[in-house]
Ligand binder design. Structure first.
Ligand SMILES: Cc1cc2nc3c(=O)[nH]c(=O)nc-3n(C[C@H](O)[C@H](O)[C@H](O)COP(=O)(O)OP(=O)(O)OC[C@H]3O[C@@H](n4cnc5c(N)ncnc54)[C@H](O)[C@@H]3O)c2cc1C
Length: 347
């Protein structure tokens, strides 16, 4: 195994070393390093900002390929629609900042999400009423199955709520993204209550791009959801559990005060998304909760984030996650699913 623990490259600050850690600097080197790794037929995974990963304390007996290629270019324009091509290692929030500065609308509510652009399609990042799927045109993809580099249309990625074909097992490396943004000083229509309230506009109205970015960053900071060295609550992988999707009948039995979102209002029996944070709180797990003697704790600002209070191991985080799953399962009969990718451990 290599010497350098991966903990320093993840936002949870946990994880042992990889057998080999490659850091190709640009797209050409990234393709070369990846094809070389695949030819050796050893376990591998791509590492962006490490903000959606829980890596085991034993590390990873294989090759980790860091994605560091950076660049944002406008490659096409049709009237007010502009296509930005973003290299995979570009920090996602730098892409949002660039769009807002250049008067391009469509991703402003995705401000402050940590990590790289290349990882964004993996779970179809989303927040405050926007999702990557609304603007993603295609990705330049190095496909492990064929060893070929292909342009995959967004539709082929089967993007859904915090999921995609990539997350479900289509293996490869995203080399770049093409995003379709609209030239406008105004945001896309605001689709999230809390953001609308913060901006003082009704749902469905727009607001200046920079105002939306500022409001989202402030809301996220109040929940420990922007990386901040001075905020111990941000030593996390963001939301640790996805919001569970259940039948309407099941949701009805939880009582009237359980938050729920009907996914397909036109369907007679639409699936319903529940709030994982609400379920966790109602199962008796409070903000700041930690198992006795453990350095892993629920964020003091948000029950959905599990944090490393300094010196926690991956095993500590996993133990806390299992405890929360059990409490929610016992109380409500709902099995919470982890949002981050787990490497070398299971819950
Ligand atoms: C404080 C905080 C807040 C967060 N808030 C949100 C939020 O609001 N909404 C949201 O959706 N997510 C959120 N997240 C989760 C995380 O930021 C996103 O999932 C992000 O897209 C992960 O990017 P990354 O580069 O850090 O990926 P990593 O953690 O490095 O990797 C995640 C997965 O993607 C794969 N991967 C990485 N790069 C590539 C590539 N180029 N090609 C193929 N596969 C790749 C990895 O192998 C791994 O399986 C939050 C995380 C934190 C720490």
């Amino acid at each position: 195994m290599g010497e350098q623990p991966l903990s320093g490259l993840t936002t949870l600050h946990v994880g042992g070393a990889a057998r080999e850690l490659l850091s190709p600097g640009n797209t050409v080197e990234l393709v070369e390093a990846t094809l070389d790794t695949w030819s050796r037929r050893e376990p591998w995974f791509a590492l962006g900002g490490g903000s959606n990963l829980l890596i085991a304390d034993d590390g990873f007996d294989g090759t980790v390929i860091r994605v560091l290629s950076r660049g944002i270019d406008q490659v096409d324009a049709v009237e007010s629609q502009k296509i930005l091509r973003v290299l995979a290692g570009e920090p996602w929030d730098a892409v949002v900042a660039h769009a807002v500065e250049h008067g391009l609308s469509g991703i402003e509510a995705l401000s402050g999400i940590p990590g790289s652009a290349g990882a964004a399609p993996m779970q179809n990042i989303g927040a405050y009423g926007q999702e990557l799927s609304e603007v993603l045109v295609s990705v330049d993809f190095l496909d492990e199955q064929t060893g070929e580099r292909t342009q995959l249309a967004a539709t082929e990625l089967e993007l859904g709520y915090r999921t995609s074909a990539l997350k479900r097992g289509r293996r490869g490396i995203v080399l770049s993204l093409d995003l379709r943004l609209r030239e406008s000083p105004q945001s896309a229509p605001i689709a999230y209550d809390q953001l609308a309230t913060a901006l003082g506009v009704p749902i469905g109205e727009t607001a200046p791009l920079a105002d939306v970015r500022r409001a989202v960053l402030a809301l996220r900071a109040s929940k420990g959801m922007v990386l901040d060295p001075d905020d111990p609550d941000s030593v996390s992988a963001g939301s640790f559990f996805t919001n569970p999707i259940v039948s309407e009948n099941f949701a009805r039995n939880l009582g009237p005060d359980a938050p729920r979102w009907i996914l397909d209002p036109d369907a007679p029996e639409s699936p319903v998304k529940l709030s994982a944070a609400w379920l966790i709180e109602r199962a008796g797990v409070t903000r700041g909760f930690a198992l006795p003697g453990s350095r892993a704790a629920v964020s003091s600002k948000h029950t959905l984030a599990l944090t490393n209070r300094g010196g926690a191991t991956a095993a500590d985080i996993a133990e806390l996650a299992r405890y929360i799953q059990l409490r929610v399962l016992n109380q409500f009969g709902v099995g919470l699913q982890p949002e981050p990718q787990l490497i070398g451990l299971t819950l």
